[in-house]
Design a protein around this ligand. Structure first.
Ligand code: SF4
Ligand code: SF4
Ligand code: SF4
Length: 329
């Protein structure tokens, strides 16, 4: 019997939720086992790095790589998995666009170390010790992977064949991708998004959409929104308009605004910029006739100032992979 193709799933700077989304395909996991040799997955299997190094280049048919590139080790594993995999897929928002780890690009590495290891009320560190790639001790030299200044996406360090968006990707979409491979279907052109559509969450959302005009922005705890009307029209910052479809509009379905985890829709370079542009056209500052420039600006600022957290709202998932990338030095 011919050997089954090898499948792997690696986690870099990750929360583990992406592995859960694979397991959440439920009984279909048996089809995965029947069709693939599930060879490497540090969360579930004990295969070692040296076992991967011993493989021929391209011997792993598919690698799902989740997690962002935060450390030297993450990048080293990205290069190894690229080399050993015929198809490398950025799996989930962290790998595809940086996701929550990417928000740390708003601060420097020094600022992170300061708040984590030094000036933190729950830390007792009188010697001011912070992690260093190399430490000399009487017994010799100790090394740990270097912590990078910025989080990078997988495609910023290696060549990526496809990306599956989502935090985490919806199990149904994960299965669609695996099933297509099992059935030998031709995959879309390299660079495509898999497990997503060509539109936006708004297109999947069944809420009533009318004239979008908002006079103020609410945080989710401030109002109980109507269950049928578009959340954005009710003043909740719903990112559906600037987010790729694929999840089935899960969050609006349970009366919560979309926070954008499927990333920018196909053809959109920057998710945050798209959302800001959309807001610019729907913010309503009232009757403008006869008002001075200053008064117009003051009214617009009043609405804009009611937004709680610009980067955490517009770039919650996409900062590392966005045009901004993070704080400029
Ligand atoms: S994409 Fe979301 S679920 Fe997956 S590793 Fe990142 S934070 Fe976790
Ligand atoms: S903005 Fe949100 S609530 Fe409104 S239609 Fe789009 S996804 Fe639905
Ligand atoms: S509605 Fe938005 S935040 Fe919620 S799962 Fe879908 S893409 Fe992600």
């Amino acid at each position: 019997m011919a050997a089954k193709p090898k499948l792997s799933m690696y986690w870099a700077s990750s929360c583990g939720g992406c592995e859960v989304s694979l397991v959440n395909i439920n009984e279909k996991i048996l089809d995965v086992a029947a069709n693939f040799d599930f060879y490497f997955c540090p969360c579930l299997l004990d295969t070692k790095k040296k076992d991967i190094e011993a493989l021929k280049d391209g011997e792993i048919a598919i690698t799902f790589f989740n997690g962002a590139i935060r450390t030297e080790e993450n990048e080293e594993m990205a290069h190894l998995m690229r080399k050993k995999s015929a198809v490398l897929i950025a799996f989930g928002s962290c790998s595809y666009e940086g996701c929550i780890p990417g928000l740390s690009n708003l601060h420097t590495k020094a600022a992170h170390f300061d708040s984590i290891y030094l000036n933190n009320p729950t830390v007792d560190n009188p010697l001011g010790i912070v992690p260093k790639p190399e430490t000399t001790v009487p017994e010799g030299k100790l090394t740990i992977p270097a912590f990078y200044e910025k989080v990078k996406t997988l495609s910023q360090v290696v060549d990526v064949d496809y990306s599956i968006p989502g935090c985490p990707p919806e199990p149904k979409q994960v299965w669609n991708v695996i099933e297509a491979v099992i059935q030998g279907k031709t995959l879309p052109p390299k660079g495509s998004l898999l497990g997503a559509g060509n539109s936006t969450v708004c297109q999947e959302c069944e809420r009533k959409k009318e004239d979008k005009k908002i006079t103020r922005i609410y945080r989710t705890y401030e109002i109980i929104p109507d269950v049928e009307t578009c959340l954005l029209e009710q003043g909740l910052l719903c990112m559906g308009i600037a987010t790729s479809d694929g999840c089935g509009a899960l969050c609006p379905k349970v009366n919560m605004p979309c926070t954008g985890c499927y990333g920018p829709p196909v053809g959109t370079l920057d998710q945050g910029a798209k959302m800001v542009a959309a807001l610019g056209s729907i913010i309503d500052i009232g009757e403008k006739k006869g008002l001075s420039e200053d008064e117009l600006a003051r009214r617009a600022d009043l609405i804009i100032d009611s937004m709680p957290d610009y980067s955490g709202t517009f770039y919650k998932y996409s900062l590392a992979g966005s045009i901004l990338g993070g704080r400029k030095a």
